[in-house]
Design a protein around this ligand. Structure first.
Ligand code: A3P
Length: 293
């Protein structure tokens, strides 16, 4: 496996989708009962996927463990199997899936396939504060050999701040989706809120999906979607997917799962520079993040 090269898609650095073209992604046909989980990479996609599946399966862990999270929830714009053995695309897997489908996307809002808007699909967007998101993304680049080279931490910080990373600018991503939520069926969630009170956020998701959960089922979902349980669950911890691509000995996929780990990475000077730049980039939005709990 070689590290991906980034290609420019309308100003956003993306990788070539495997086995398909970007045109096929854009022409993807959504169904009205699809649920999309949209995130900037490393904002809590896998966690949210598992919560959604647990809600849809009414807390039945056996049903949720039928397949790895990656196969249960195709990743629309990339690959879903380890090449070259089963090189099929997220689009193809999604096309072959029975309804109702839950599909994940990391696309910035302007690159979402139009059919998703036309079908008025429900979308759950999860955002995570920039500093923790960047730290998690850095370690993910290190352990995932399909990702571009991260360079040193210092170099990665610069790339992240300038948006020269896969899926582009974090700043534009979170702001773009924040604006879109006023026009579309989007539930906008925060990783920090989910950490602070998972039960409350799971209830929000259940309500959005129009599912009634008993207290017993709700508690079961809270337990089974905790970091500790998901880290040990082979269907969610990515130890069964991408064995030749992800090296968990460099950094596990289920790494720390906390808020404010950025404090262990940023120097004081880096933090000051980052904050100043952040203020500028986020001055045109009402969106507010918590950098710690
Ligand atoms: P860290 O690298 O900070 O630990 P994604 O699924 O979008 O790729 O995001 C991965 C990040 O979410 C990782 O962050 C991972 O540990 C964290 N994560 C996964 N499951 C979690 C859970 N149940 N609770 C809290 N964090 C979780």
């Amino acid at each position: 496996i070689t590290r991906s090269e980034l290609v420019d898609m309308e100003g956003v650095p993306l990788t070539k989708p495997m086995g398909i073209t970007w045109d096929q992604v854009q022409k993807f046909k959504a169904r009205p009962d699809d649920v999309y989980i949209a995130t900037y990479a490393k904002a809590g996609t896998t966690w949210t996927q598992e919560i959604v599946d647990m809600i849809q399966q009414n807390g039945d862990t056996e049903k949720c463990r039928r397949e790895t999270t990656y196969k249960r929830h195709p990743f629309l714009e990339w690959f879903v199997a380890e090449p070259p053995s089963e090189r099929y695309s997220g689009v193809e897997l999604a096309n072959a899936m029975p309804s109702p489908r839950t599909i994940k996307i990391h696309l910035p809002v302007q690159l979402v396939p139009p059919s998703i808007w036309e079908q008025n699909c429900k979308i759950i967007y999860v955002a995570r504060n920039a500093k923790d998101n960047m730290v998690s993304y850095y370690h993910f680049h290190r352990m995932n050999k399909a990702m571009p080279e991260p360079g040193t931490w210092e170099e990665f910080v610069e790339k992240f701040m300038s948006g020269q990373v896969l899926w582009g600018s974090w700043y534009d991503h979170v702001k773009g989706w924040w604006k879109a939520k006023d026009k579309h069926r989007i539930l906008y969630l925060f990783y920090e809120d989910m950490k602070e009170n998972p039960k409350r956020e799971i209830q929000k998701i259940a309500k959005f999906l129009e599912k009634d959960l008993s207290q017993e089922v709700l508690n079961k979902i809270v337990h089974n979607t905790s970091f500790e349980v998901m880290k040990e669950n082979p269907m969610t911890n990515y130890t069964k997917d991408f064995q030749g691509i992800m090296d968990h000995s460099i950094s596990p996929f289920m790494r720390k799962g906390v808020v404010a780990d950025w404090k262990n990475h940023f120097t004081v000077a880096q933090n000051e520079k980052f904050d100043e730049d952040y203020k500028r980039k986020m001055s045109d939005t009402s969106l507010v993040f918590r950098m710690e709990l």
